[in-house]
Design a protein around this ligand. Sequence first.
Ligand code: ADP
Ligand code: MG
Length: 355
Amino acid sequence: LDGNAPRRIKALSQTVVNKIAAGEIIVAPVHALKELLENAVDAGSTSIEVVVKDGGLKLLQITDNGSGINKDDLGILCERFTTSKLKTFEDLASIGTYGFRGEALASISHIAHLTVTTKTKTSDCAWRALYSDGKLIPPKPGGSAEPKAVAGRQGTQITVEDLFYNIPSRRRAFRNINDEYSKVLDMVGKYAIHCEGIAFSCKKHGESSMGVAIQSAAKTVDRIRQIYGNSVANELIPFEVEDKRLGFKAKGLISNANYSIKKTTMLLFINHRCVESTAIRKSLESVYTAFLPKGSHPYFYLSIEIEPHRVDVNVHPTKREVNFLHEDEIIERISDSVQERLAAVDTSRSFMTQT
Ligand code: ADP
Ligand code: MG
């Protein structure tokens, strides 16, 4: 063999391509969970229950009481780019709901065993379907791949088992499943705080004690109290700002000067999706330096609504860091108004202690 001869180029099989793409979107159990939570919220649920085994690697089960999925749609549910949330390219610009690429369930089906049990209001029974590599599969080899009629209540239950079973290197990379469970709890907690009106629970499989348990009637500040504790919930200031020209409004709860922690806690939702923004985090941290002792940091929950055509949540396949139009100006407006709120509270406090 001539060692210098170029190797022939071959196309990867579709299954391998799908598996790689899915592994890029879903890096850890929490990423699958986030997509499934968003789907449950999108479906108009008022109750969302999460059960986890081995940090979500063995089992991730989300049960909601939302709209359910039509039996006739189950065949294409897990194909790539199938969605009920986007019809034309133009719709992309004005989409109001969370995810819209129709990729979450498809991705999960490429790297886990996926079971969907769902019932709509008008259906007489629930339907159960199993998926692999984007397609319906029979429960037992040689059986029928058709959805099976089962008993069930309205809503959808998504069961994700053995995540990364076919990517052993990724599976092995999770040394500490407790860390993965913490990330899952953290994400459920964040959505529980953001989604007033919806009951949330999260627990480990086979255990009765809940990691998260929020009643549907609980107000935002009480949701924060239950998840992050009294010490922060008692020191929160409501905050609101709107700018028509920049096409955004923001509101939330921010910690006052009495509260501080070693590391900033930021709950950031942009158009109701939990996201990361280093620019916002940095800007608000710097506002707080004038109010907090050196080396201590704030807690803030911020919900920003930006006209959908100005946001780009899909810059990165993992959708964690977002970008939006007039980003610098919007962040400046938010920071200024946080600054004003903190200063106002600070003044009234020192005024009170003086008199
Ligand atoms: P997307 O959310 O981007 O549309 P997904 O792959 O997450 O893509 O979901 C595909 C479709 O499956 C959704 O558009 C929705 O119609 C349906 N779906 C998924 N999860 C649920 C759920 N929990 N309840 C009702 N419908 C759901
Ligand atoms: Mg989705």
